[in-house]
Design a protein around this ligand. Structure first.
Ligand code: FES
Length: 68
């Protein structure tokens, strides 16, 4: 099922990106896929998908800022 029509990104692609752990940052995952970068109407559903996957296999929350 498509989550982002503009970029042609499916729910499976989001799940695969999360589970492959190319990034531990949910925003980076969506940005890398291009989700929400056009009309933006898909962001809510994309975040829901991320949260569902994260509930099963939690992100290792890393602080990507340079705060000490
Ligand atoms: S549906 Fe995702 S940016 Fe338009």
């Amino acid at each position: 099922m498509y989550v982002c029509i503009c970029k042609g990104i499916t729910e499976k692609q989001i799940v695969d990106a999360v589970t492959s752990r190319n990034s531990n940052n949910p925003k980076e995952i969506l940005k890398a896929l291009g989700v929400g970068s056009d009309c933006g109407t898909c962001v809510e559903d994309a975040v829901k998908t991320l949260l569902e996957v994260n509930a099963r296999t939690p992100f290792e929350m890393k602080d990507s800022s340079n705060n000490p």
